[in-house]
Structure formats: structure tokens, C-alpha cells
Design a protein around this ligand. Sequence first.
Ligand code: E4P
Length: 219
Amino acid sequence: MKFFIDTASIQEIKKAASWGILDGVTTNPSLVAKEGRNFHEALKEICSVVAGPVSAEVVSTTTEEMVKEGRELSRIAKNIIVKIPCIAAGIPAIKMLSAEGIAINTTLIFSPNQALIAAKAGAAFVSPFVGRLDDISTEGMDLVRRIRTIFDNYDFPTQILAASIRNPVHVVEAAMAGADAATMPFAVIESLLKHPLTDAGLKKFLEDWQKLPQASRRG
Ligand code: E4P
């Protein structure tokens, strides 16, 4: 499963990239606004740090404007993926931009039918929002499982990008459900390796090592 970071913070992106396991980045208007930077400049910098797909979202809501904005965003760098919301006006925009060779991530997916339509329109990725479904007392990960079945049934090449991932359990479940990628905040990526038994085990190993006479410690 590919690991994407869900942030527009260049510091967080650089840190996650330095671990060597980062496959891409997703941003959204809320994340970009949080950084208070020029949108296009921020994207240019992010794309210079990460070679994999970097999702940049349109803020228009008509087909014509989404197509125009999508083309502009795609010119920023060759690894830009244009993020389009799963609304009726977005579907022809997905179709047109995909036909031009611009990769699309369809965002704000909350039902299997939305994912099916986005895939039929040619989207490269669909982003089911797991955490936001959990927030309204539904089983968010079920959506990923159902989309997996549908895409496998019809051999859709569209990748499932599990989004709105809030904790390490979501990451395990997304991997078990067969998501192609999961996008997560920096804090979630950081928490994936943490285990108290690892820390306690390492502490004990190092203490025991100190008991070995100096002369016996190296070849
Ligand atoms: C995905 O592309 C979105 O940016 C993101 O995962 C939304 O997550 P949230 O529901 O925690 O805001």
C-alpha cells in the first residue's frame, strides 16, 4: 500500500520524505489555508520534494471552470494530480481532463456509486473519506471494501486512496481492505512505528549489553 501524507506543511512533508517511505502527498483547500501561503508556490515546492503524485484541489464548482483550473494546476509540475469533488459538474471535468492525460483524484467520495461513476469517467484515484463516515456513526472502512469489490469485478484501473485516515487502526484496516494507497496526517505516520514493547525491549537489550566487559563488545 502506498503511503501519502495529508498536509500542505512543507516541514512535515520533508520530514516524512526523509524516512524514505513516502509515496505522495494530498492537499485540500482547508490544509492549504492553514499554511497561509501562496497556493501555487507551495505546490511547486512540495513537488520539488516529493517525486510521487501530489494532489491539488480545484475550488471551482462548474465544469468549465474546473477544467480551466485543472489545466492550470497540472502545469505547475508533472507529478500534480488534480483533485475534483464528486459532484455532477465534476464528472464531465474528470472525463475531459483525463482524456487530455491529466490524472484526476476524485475527492469527497462517500458512497460506492460515487466511486463507480468517477472510475467510469476515467479518474486515476478515488478518495473515500473513512474518518468523516465514522464521525457520523457509520463504518467508514466498509466503503473502501465495497469499492475494492466493485473495481475488482470490472477491472477498473482506478486506484483507491483511503482518505480521512485518523489513526493507526485505520491504516491497518485500509491495507487489509486492499486500498492501493492511504493518505494520513503526519502524526498518524509517526505513530505507526510506536509500540511500548519495542521501547521496553530495546531499553533492556541496551542495559544488558552494558554488562558485557568493554573488551568483549567488538570483534
Ligand atoms: C483527503 O484527500 C483529504 O484531504 C483528507 O483526508 C480529509 O481528512 P479529514 O476528514 O481528516 O479532514
